[in-house]
Design a protein around this ligand. Sequence first.
Ligand SMILES: [Ca+2]
Ligand SMILES: [Ca+2]
Length: 100
Amino acid sequence: MRRGRIPTAALSLTACVAVGACEGDGPALPQRLALDSVFNALDTDADGVLTAADFVEEGRTHRINGEELNAAAARDWYFEQCDADEDGQITRQEFYRCLS
Ligand SMILES: [Ca+2]
Ligand SMILES: [Ca+2]
């Protein structure tokens, strides 16, 4: 007699969320949610990509690796680290990749 089974997909999703190690596209889910909130905060014009236009707010400071950076310095840091194809835009995938 067979016992009821939990579908494998549901089981593995639960397990991987619990340990923060989901396989697949990009970082683990908890980390992805954290990165998403950072990305959304940086994407001030909410067009879904980070461009120089998202870093023009004067007086805004960014905390990166424990350092306070002004908008221009933060822009330079993000583009140096994250704009893998150097097209002047940081997509969500590029952002995940460089900060994971
Ligand atoms: Ca933007
Ligand atoms: Ca890019």
